[in-house]
Design a protein around this ligand. Structure first.
Ligand code: CP3
Length: 346
């Protein structure tokens, strides 16, 4: 069957008419349409109401002309049915009220049935597939490590001290937690794929806090289960992390048809490290979007030059769009990337 969209073609490393581009956190506070909705509803209220989640997902597709939509949800939603408790406090980020510290805590985590407990996410996917026409929809979940880190810390962290202390002092509890999360997150991702997600991204946003040795021992087997489950379902799987320059070969070995690269490694070096038998996504520094347009253009073109027209590059930032990013700069990047078709053809 002919795969129509640039994004899905690039995920399979097929040639494209222009590089596909989308942005992590493309829906969010930098957009006036999103802020308007957030005056009436909390983040979780938007997630819980599939019509609203679908509407927010579509906002950047309409405003920016990106080549893919990413479902509006959050990597921490599975923490709610697990019984950890989740709140997004204004200006403070996520708070998980019952953090995991002991084997007893892991054993007390509740069973999760994604169809019943996260059915609102699946319903948003079904609505979106009806509305999106030719734009593919990306589903997602957090990787076991990043979700575990929030569950152990009880919120965001700079040094992941509680997480690492658990890992190093009580490995049995750590492995039990990761085992539980690998199961829940695989089931959740598979349910999203059944509901209609055409590609999925696994966000291991904070895995760069680990050494390669700790990654292999404490994380890789669990990431592998989630990634391989999604790949076996036949969709493109983007394996994303930040600060991962030294972890990329081990992340590639864990799985993913596309590896995410952040701006700390030049795109061509990162691609060489993971091998040209997988695609890569990235890797503009989100802070560059605050620079004047000529500076942005220089850096966008540097990335495209490093990708060298090789099939399998998906243009993105190295991490999510930051609050207060000028919307017109984001739109300009989409145009710059799409205009690159001409230099690819030559
Ligand atoms: O547009 C999209 O990318 C889809 C929606 C999306 C959200 N969260 C909505 C959201 C996605 C893909 C996520 C993933 C997510 N959530 C990650 C992984 C990606 C990354 O950035 O590394 C992480 C670590 C989280 C956890 C999370 N959610 C934090 C730490 C915060 C608070 C910090 C912040 O930016 O405010 C959130 C809140 C959140 N999730 C917002 C959005 C749009 C913030 C906006 C709001 O409060 O309305």
């Amino acid at each position: 069957m002919e795969v129509a969209s640039r994004f899905l073609r690039a995920c399979q490393r097929l040639p494209v008419d222009a590089p596909p581009v989308w942005f992590m956190r493309q829906a969010g506070r930098y957009m006036p349409e999103y802020r308007a909705l957030r005056e009436k509803y909390s983040l979780l209220e938007i997630c819980y109401q599939p019509e609203l989640a679908a509407e927010v997902t579509l906002q950047p597709v309409r405003a920016l002309g990106v080549d893919a939509a990413i479902l509006f949800a959050d990597i921490l939603l599975p923490a709610i049915p697990l019984g950890v408790g989740l709140e997004f406090a204004r200006g403070e980020g996520p708070i998980l009220h019952n953090p995991i510290r002991t084997l007893e805590d892991v054993r007390n985590l509740r069973p999760v049935d994604p169809n019943a407990d996260l059915g609102y996410v699946l319903q948003a996917i079904r609505i979106l597939r009806g509305e999106l026409k030719d734009t593919p929809l990306i589903g997602f979940c957090g990787a076991p490590f990043t979700v575990a880190a929030y569950m152990v810390e009880g919120g965001s962290s700079r040094d992941f001290l509680k997480t690492k202390t658990l890992m190093y002092s009580d490995p049995r509890t750590w492995h039990a937690l990761m085992d539980r999360l690998a199961g829940v997150l695989s089931d959740y991702l598979l349910a999203q794929i059944r509901a209609g997600a055409q590609a999925v991204q696994v966000f291991d946003s904070w895995v760069g806090a680990l050494s390669p040795g700790d990654y292999s021992e404490f994380v890789q087997p669990y990431s592998r289960r989630v990634l391989q489950a999604a790949q076996a379902a036949g969709v493109a799987v983007i394996h994303f992390g930040t600060g991962t320059a030294t972890l990329l070969p081990a992340m590639k070995a864990a799985g993913g048809t596309v590896l995410g690269l952040d701006w700390r490694i030049p795109l061509d070096e990162g691609w060489k490290l993971v091998g040209h038998d997988v695609g890569v996504q990235g890797n503009l520094d989100p802070a560059v979007l605050f620079a004047p347009l000529p500076e942005i253009k220089k850096r966008v073109e540097d990335i495209l030059r490093r990708a060298a027209g090789r099939p399998g590059h998906i243009f993105n930032l190295g991490h999510g769009i930051l609050p207060n990013t000028p919307v017109e700069h984001v739109r300009a990047v989409v145009e710059m990337v799409h205009a690159h078709a001409w230099s690819l053809a030559r």
